[in-house]
Structures are given as C-alpha cells and as structure tokens.
Design a protein around this ligand. Structure first.
Ligand code: ZN
Length: 357
C-alpha cells in the first residue's frame, strides 16, 4: 500500500504517516517496492521486508515434528525434522538443541529471531502458554511455552492446530483483508477457528466454535471426548474410514471411499452422504451464528471434489437462511505438510506485529 492509503486506513495524517514509515524503514521492517501513479502523481508502495525479522515455527502435528525458520512474510527459510517426543521437557530440549543448526542453515544470525510458535492438536489457554488438554499427545496442563522459553530465551507461544492455520490465513492468506472468517480443519479430527472483529475468538474457556464436538446424532456413537454423537464421530477422516471398514469397504484415504462410491456402492454413498451433510450442517450453523465473510475448509486429502464435498456444500446452502445463502464463499484448500509450522510461526509473528514481543 502507499503511505496515503495506509494513513487513510488507520486515520493518520500524511505527515504522521511519513514519520512512522520512516522509522519502520530505518528499522528494516518495511521496504519500498514499486512506484504507482495515483491521481497523476507517482506514489511508492510499501511492504513488509521479509528479512525484517524471523520466527521459529514448530509443528507437533506430525511425527517427526517439523521446525521451520520463517521470515516476516511467512516464507520458510530453513526447516528441520525432529522426533516428536511426548515428554514435554524432552521435546522442549530437542527444540532448543535444533535452533543453532536451523539458523545456520538459513544463514540468519540467531539474534534476528524474534519469537517462536508451536502448533499442536489440543486445547490451549488464553495466554497461548499452556496446553490445557491434548488427547493426541496425552497432555493435561502442560506449560510448554515456558519449558521452551527457559531453554531458548525466545518469547514462545503455543496454539491449537486450526487456530494456527487461521492466523496464517489472516496474516498471509486470502483472509488478510477480512474482519471475520472461519477456518475448518478436516483431518483425523475436525478443528475450527474463528476470527471475529479481526481477532481470534476463543470464548471464555478457549473452546469457542469447536464444531467437532457439536452433537449431530443424539443416538450416535461415543466420542473420544466422552459425549455421544459428536460431529467428530461422523465426519472426521478417522470416522469416515472407520465406518468404511465397518461396511467392508477397503479404504485408506477419502479418495478410496470416493472411488467405491463412484462405482455405485450404496454403503459408500450413504456414509459419504451422512458425513458430508453433518459437516455441512455444522458449517451452516456457524454461518448463522457468526456470519463470517468466508469459510475455508482446509484438508490434506487428494480427492476433495467428490460426493463428500458436494453433499457438504449442498447441506450448507440448504441450511442457512435463504437471505444469507450464497453470501458466504466456501473455499476448499488442501494444505501442505509445512502449513502448521508456518501457522505456528505466524502466531509469533502476530504478537511481534502487535508489539507484544
Ligand atoms: Zn466429542
């Protein structure tokens, strides 16, 4: 953006903007990119300078875990895989031990690293410091941020997987200019994150908008959370593949189930229908309640354009108020393996840009 556009956006005079941008240019956080013609006069565009600051992003979403050195614009400079120990102290030590080689590979002086983020599957507290509960890691009240910080001296934040992806979407993705959007993560479990008024909305206990544990079938299967018939028991990838196996369908991925359905198997069609309509219904409720500008459904599947996604879309359209129907774009996005590491780094980047670190 130009200085004039930025000033108009945040309500500052031209003189104030000029001083402010000068300071940020001097600090190396901004750079001037190209010149555009505005009202007949040349105007310079400003952008963040990728080398202005660096962040460490740790993803505990896979084993081995991925640690990435990420620049101020979300670009990966270097990355390394390490064993994902579920012993919090051991993992914190592994992360700390891997930093010197990571910065060396990336050619970045360690003092240029401003902070660290860690993404994991589970519930994280308001301060992004403690993992309240993670079924996957078997954790309860683990102060992971502190364990890492004491070993690295880096401001460290932990974040739930879907929320980290949403922060990345907000800082570097399509949601950059949006005030309100929802991100759904459809994997072994179902994650959800909601930006409301430009901020991640957590609710009073950190569990706001966790659609995975919305009850969709009161007579359904027991859920790992202890309830019955949660969305997770019907529409998560684990649920879909478990149901497929129970129906005698040989399937390891959604693509396999879709192929069996496409060949006319009524049980495969029924199970994809049930899963797609349950997820679509849950997303429709979110649209009714929050009225986001966009819903992004992120996943790792190769085949996300078959019956499951079609039924999901139809269920969304059929279950939001006709006046709102079609007003909320639904984006399907397949994310790469490194998405959570970049997401984790962007949680630290956000704190840096907000002046918290
Ligand atoms: Zn549940």
């Amino acid at each position: 953006m130009t200085r004039a556009d930025l000033g108009a956006r945040i309500g500052l005079s031209k003189a104030a903007m000029s001083g402010l941008t000068r300071e940020l240019l001097d600090k190396g956080l901004l750079r001037e990119t190209s010149t555009v013609q505005r009202q007949g006069r040349p105007s310079t565009l400003l952008d963040l300078r990728p080398e202005g600051a660096y962040f460490i992003g740790v993803s505990m979403m896979s084993d081995p875990a991925l640690i990435a050195l990420v620049d101020l614009k979300g670009g990966i400079v270097a990355s390394i895989e390490v064993p994902r120990s579920i012993d919090p102290d051991a993992f914190a030590q592994t992360v700390a031990d891997s930093l010197p080689s990571l910065t060396r590979t990336g050619g970045v002086a360690s003092e240029r690293v401003a902070g660290m983020g860690v993404s994991l599957s589970g519930l994280v507290d308001q301060e992004q410091a403690n993992c309240i509960k993670s079924t996957l890691l078997g954790w309860q009240d683990v102060p992971l941020a502190k364990l890492i910080r004491t070993r690295t001296n880096l401001p460290t934040f932990i974040e739930n997987d879907a929320k980290a992806l949403a922060v990345r979407e907000k800082l570097f993705g399509e949601a950059r200019d949006m005030h309100a959007f929802t991100l759904i993560w459809l994997g072994d479990g179902i994650g959800a994150a909601h930006f409301v008024h430009d901020r991640l909305y957590r609710g009073a206990h950190g569990g706001a908008g966790e659609i995975a544990h919305c009850t969709v079938d009161v007579d359904g299967l027991p859920c790992r959370c202890g309830k019955i018939g949660c969305l997770d028991t019907v529409a998560s990838m684990i649920a879909i593949l478990d149901q497929a196996r129970a129906d005698g369908i040989e399937a390891e991925t959604l693509r396999d189930v879709e192929a069996v359905a496409a060949s006319g198997s009524s049980s495969a069609i029924r199970l994809l229908h049930r899963a797609g309509s349950a997820l679509g219904l849950a997303i429709a409720q979110i649209i009714q309640i929050n009225d986001p500008q966009m819903v992004v459904v992120t996943h790792r599947e190769e085949a996300f354009d078959g019956l499951f996604a079609t039924v999901m879309q139809q269920a969304i359209e059929a279950n939001v108020l006709p006046r709102l129907s079609g007003d909320t774009p639904i984006r399907m996005r397949r994310v790469a393996d490194d998405a959570w590491a970049v997401g984790a780094a962007s949680v630290a980047t956000q704190s840096f840009l907000n002046g918290i670190i």
